[in-house]
Design a protein around this ligand. Structure first.
Ligand code: ADP
Length: 487
């Protein structure tokens, strides 16, 4: 049905892509993909199994010697073609994404550009993977390092950014000379398959990019993390699954990158520009209907500006337009599925039961079961479940604090360490707080900070490794040391 609405209908693919071919898999099974806005089925997608996954791994392994020995410039040229094709097909990719994931079309368009930017960035970085000449430690020797691609890479990606989480992982892998198997989330395989279709047009050789769609993530994930031919696993998703994958990777000592959950504090100090803080808070919280791992999860407002901030913020939240992602002017779309809504309902229910007050929203939206009202909860305390868990929905819990010391302690009191935000003008405070927050990324007077040019990643149980920036390619490279004697 949706294929009819795309300008280029061949971007609608429902088979997996292995070794340059579209395949239904050995069992010929499929699983359904739904539009979260109305729960209507939009596709039946190939459901591959472990045997099919092995074939994809073998295809990537066979393609590796040729792909990795191409000149960096050759890989770069193909990546740039892919970048241009992604941008040329922005509207179709955005529509596909909104239909399978629910985010407002304007955000989907933004994600296509954001996702494409990683491809362009790493097309450029491909040519700058330099080794070193090390001053020798003994006469008659010369010491050199070279950098080589790690090998076959498995990328397991989530549904909240169906396109950008793929390019952010595989663009640096491909640039370095690695070959890849992508296992997209079962909720959003269509964006991944459209990317694969564009990769064919860009000229990637067979087996360099493989997409394995499946409804059995644990079994396929087990194969990807235990097969000795895979040398690197890059995962974005929940901390729970990340820990499992890391354990599974231990058996063959694979290199692992993990982008896991967060519990981002958003701190407003008394010297903040409150209007800027409100704009930052809206962007950080309600983007993607609150379904981002870097989204503000705990709002901490200093006592003396609490009431003023909350008044301003509540007005803005109440004016957000909830609706179907393809309708114009929509700010907040549906959540991904009923499981997500159930979690949000449980967290809000627990908070209200323990004394929090919903000053905006607080329940499911009239538009349908998957829609939740943009919500602001005041009087939240640390004994509530919402203080500890990633909400992944459009709910903003507010906490009141008195001192800088107190809020830093509160902000760091979590096993997570992905993103943190704070608003302040005092330069001394800005340095003190930025240095003390135990997080991989800090937004200072900023609510949105993701870009391909900067390193994305977390500390503590939020993950390992960095994506994007000049550091992103290191995750897919081995440093080899050459010691030459007899000189
Ligand atoms: P979420 O709860 O946000 O859906 P998950 O961590 O469950 O996050 O999902 C992220 C990705 O991990 C998806 O592609 C999903 O299919 C995959 N996944 C889920 N469970 C497993 C598993 N046991 N092994 C491998 N991949 C998994």
């Amino acid at each position: 049905m949706i294929a009819m609405e795309l300008t280029d209908k061949t971007l609608f693919r429902s088979k997996s892509f292995v070794n340059g071919e579209w395949t239904s898999g050995s069992r010929n099974n499929t699983f359904a993909v739904f539009d979260p806005a109305n729960n209507q089925e939009i596709a039946q997608v190939a459901d591959l199994n472990v045997e099919d996954t092995k074939k994809a791994i073998e295809a990537a392994y066979s393609a590796f010697p040729t792909w990795s020995s191409k000149l960096a410039r050759e890989r770069s040229t193909i990546l740039k073609k892919w970048y241009n094709l992604i941008l040329d097909n922005k509207e179709d990719l955005a529509l596909l994404m909104t239909t399978e994931m629910g985010k407002p079309l304007v955000e989907a368009r933004g994600e296509v550009v954001y996702g494409a930017n990683f491809v362009e960035w790493f097309a450029e970085e491909a040519k700058r993977i330099y080794g070193d000449v090390i001053p020798n430690h003994a006469p008659g020797k010369r010491l050199i390092t070279i950098k080589q691609p790690i090998g076959v890479v498995a990328a397991i990606t989530p549904w909240n950014f169906p396109l950008a989480m793929i390019t952010r992982k595989i663009a640096p892998a491909l640039a370095a000379g690695c070959t890849v198997i992508i296992k997209p989330a079962e909720d959003t395989p269509l964006s991944a398959l459209a990317l694969a279709e564009l990769s064919v047009r860009a000229g990637f050789p067979d087996g360099v990019i493989n997409v394995v769609t499946t409804n059995d993530a644990p079994a396929v994930g087990k194969e990807l993390t235990t097969n000795p031919l895979v040398r690197k696993v890059s995962f974005t998703g929940s901390t729970e699954v990340g820990k499992l994958l890391m354990k599974q990777c231990a058996g063959t000592v694979k290199k692992v990158s993990l982008e896991l959950g967060g519990n981002a504090p958003f701190i407003v100090f008394e010297d903040a520009d409150l209007e800027a803080a409100v704009i930052g808070a809206i962007a950080s919280k309600y983007r993607n209907s609150g379904q981002t791992c870097v989204g503000a999860n705990r709002f901490m407002i200093q006592d003396s500006v609490y009431d003023e901030f909350v008044d301003l913020y509540a007005i803005e939240v109440a004016s957000l337009k909830v609706g179907i992602g393809t309708d114009s002017g929509v700010n907040v779309g549906p959540l991904i599925n009923d499981k997500a809504v159930t979690k949000v309902k449980r967290l809000v229910g627990d908070a209200v039961e323990k004394g929090a007050k919903a000053i905006v929203g607080g329940s499911v939206h009239d538009l349908g079961d998957n829609f939740y009202q943009p919500t602001v909860l005041s009087g939240v305390t640390t004994d509530m479940d919402i203080a500890k868990e990633e909400i992944f929905g459009p709910v903003a819990p507010l906490y009141r604090f008195k001192s800088e010391e107190e809020v830093i302690k509160l902000a760091n009191d979590t096993p997570y360490g992905l993103a943190a935000y704070f608003f302040a003008r005092d330069i001394g405070r800005i340095w003190r707080v930025a240095e003390k927050l135990e997080y991989g990324m800090i937004g200072i007077n900023e609510g949105v900070m993701s870009t391909e040019v900067a390193p994305f990643g977390g500390v503590k149980e939020s993950g390992l490794g960095r994506e994007g920036s000049k550091y992103g390619i290191d995750e897919f490279i081995e440093v080899k040391y050459l010691c030459m004697g007899g000189i």
